[in-house]
Design a protein around this ligand. Structure first.
Ligand SMILES: C[S@@+](CC[C@H](N)C(=O)[O-])C[C@H]1O[C@@H](n2cnc3c(N)ncnc32)[C@H](O)[C@@H]1O
Length: 257
């Protein structure tokens, strides 16, 4: 399809010579500064083939910026559900087996001929690259309280920028601040409470503690935090002193600052 300066080509990018021919025929100036944007495309190919595309682009485009958005972290519960979802759609996510995290993706591009590469997950992108005013605007569009799911999703997607040539180096996406995920002191006191919840997320904090966040109960969403006590099973009593504390927090308390 051709519309003025815009050319839309249908081509299997795994076929290197056909892709080169199609781009040349469409008038691509290989030496001109070029943006390559790949939003969840390469991961659908066998990894050897997507590696070849990344290497081919580095070789053929000496002034270019590769921007890629894809999935990472395949091996935690969220990652497994994410993979199953794409598997059911018959579009397996290939790349995250060989490149499961940010540093592996970054190294992949450097190994394939890209001079510089920055790879951040979408939490770092949102907090370190989207301006505060824009975040304020988005966050007041409508009420939103699914922060756990939002941050979990964002930790499983990344945006990578890789450059060739000094000109394009300036366009690398480097976060101004890195979000801090350091431990947060939670104030909690023991209260007699009966816990009933649905869809709570849980994380072991320490030997004696379980952090529960989010979820809801018959009374609606949990809006306050509390600490629960109950007895450990006899096998664990000696180590814990017989009491396990369970902390409940509001989702907003987990938001990174
Ligand atoms: C998740 S969609 C991405 C859509 C794209 N970001 C957009 O906004 O149109 C995945 C795309 O990858 C394309 N794709 C998958 N394998 C490809 C290949 N070997 N060559 C070219 N495109 C491919 C599919 O045609 C599909 O359009």
């Amino acid at each position: 399809m051709t519309m003025g300066m815009y050319r839309l080509l249908g081509v299997d990018v795994r076929e290197e010579s056909q892709t080169e021919e199609a781009l040349s025929a469409a008038g691509l100036d290989w030496a001109a500064p070029t943006l390559i944007l790949s939003e969840v495309v390469l991961t659908y190919m066998e990894t050897q083939r997507s590696d070849a595309v990344i290497g081919w682009a580095a070789k053929r485009l000496p002034q270019s910026l590769f921007v890629m958005y894809e999935q990472i972290c395949p091996d935690d519960p969220f990652g497994r559900v994410m993979q199953d979802h794409f598997l059911k759609l018959n579009s397996t996510l290939h790349a995250l087996q060989q490149y499961p995290d940010l540093s592996a993706q970054r190294q992949r591009f450097l190994d394939k001929g890209w001079e510089r590469c920055v790879c951040v997950d979408m939490n770092a992108f949102y907090l370190g690259l989207v301006p505060q005013e824009e975040r304020d605007r988005i966050e007041t569009l409508e009420p939103f309280d699914e922060y756990e799911e939002w941050h979990q999703k964002c930790s499983h997607y990344f945006i990578l920028t890789a450059s060739r040539g000094a000109l394009m180096e300036q366009a690398l996406l480097i976060p101004s601040v890195s979000p801090s995920w350091g431990s947060t002191q939670l104030k909690a006191s023991t209260v007699p409470v009966c816990l009933e919840g649905l869809g709570l997320a849980s994380t072991w904090m320490r030997l004696e503690g379980l952090l529960l966040t989010g979820g809801s109960s018959r009374g609606g969403r949990v809006t306050q935090r509390a600490a629960l006590s109950h007895s450990y099973p006899p096998s664990k009593r000696r180590r814990s002193g017989g009491v396990r504390r369970t902390l409940l927090t509001t989702p907003t308390q987990l938001r990174p600052v």
